[in-house]
Design a protein around this ligand. Sequence first.
Ligand SMILES: NC(=O)c1ccc[n+]([C@@H]2O[C@H](COP(=O)([O-])OP(=O)(O)OC[C@H]3O[C@@H](n4cnc5c(N)ncnc54)[C@H](O)[C@@H]3O)[C@@H](O)[C@H]2O)c1
Length: 252
Amino acid sequence: MFQLTDRVAIVTGSGSKRGIGRTIALTLARQGAKIVVADLNMEGIEETVQAVKEAGGEALGVELNVTDQASVDAMVSKVLEAYGRIDILVNNAGISQKVTVQDMTLEDMTRIFTVNMFGLFLCTQAVLETMKKQKYGRIVNLSSVSAKRGGGVFGGAHYSASKAAVLGFSKNLAREVAQDGITVNCVAPGLVNTDIWKSLDEQTVKSVIAGIPMGRPGETEEIAAAIAFLASDEAAYITGEEIDINGGSHMD
Ligand SMILES: NC(=O)c1ccc[n+]([C@@H]2O[C@H](COP(=O)([O-])OP(=O)(O)OC[C@H]3O[C@@H](n4cnc5c(N)ncnc54)[C@H](O)[C@@H]3O)[C@@H](O)[C@H]2O)c1
């Protein structure tokens, strides 16, 4: 089940050392996909490419700034040159900032939306023509539990708003491309066990855990597994949907 053999998958933000993106890259590679490791961080790209290769997979590293149209177009051209197709796009690159609305500047708001929403838009738009020609595509977008209930520990209201925008954008696009063999879905993780979790003080950890029925943060593998499913052939009849992965901290 959930074979991705020879599928070409772009994972944005997959150069993060201990972030979700690297685990997504490794998970899709283990299912047989060829991975495009796309990130701002060249050193991180090299490490992820190496990790995928060590796991027996195939990977191409491409420097990418999701907020820059020319950079996005160049990335897509490189992928098409190398592989001739694009089957899967995981829009994982994202940034957050802990700040109250009272203290937030318009610049803060613009920066968060520029990466989390406008960057996701640019990357998505850039692969549509290819996916439509193929009559096949899987787009999986990273939203967040904070889009639905607010109150992220690491993000502000601008982060929650940008991740809610991702949900609306994905549902609208899902309708637009439903006839083209392209599905568009989201995952909405709660708190995930990345470096940022380890940086929290004991008191904050206690208060966060108190709000999670399962009593622990999620693991990157648990996010990546849902993405691998949504990216697979088997998920062909699921579109415009989001999967909450949060240990029960938010239930629709
Ligand atoms: N970690 C969590 O608890 C959590 C919870 C819910 C949602 N998410 C979402 O999951 C995704 C990954 O989160 P993470 O914790 O792994 O983050 P991370 O900071 O570890 O990794 C993000 C990656 O995105 C890259 N990036 C940032 N701006 C970019 C740009 N302009 N162009 C290209 N790449 C860029 C960074 O270089 C980095 O490698 C994000 O969209 C985040 O909002 C994370």
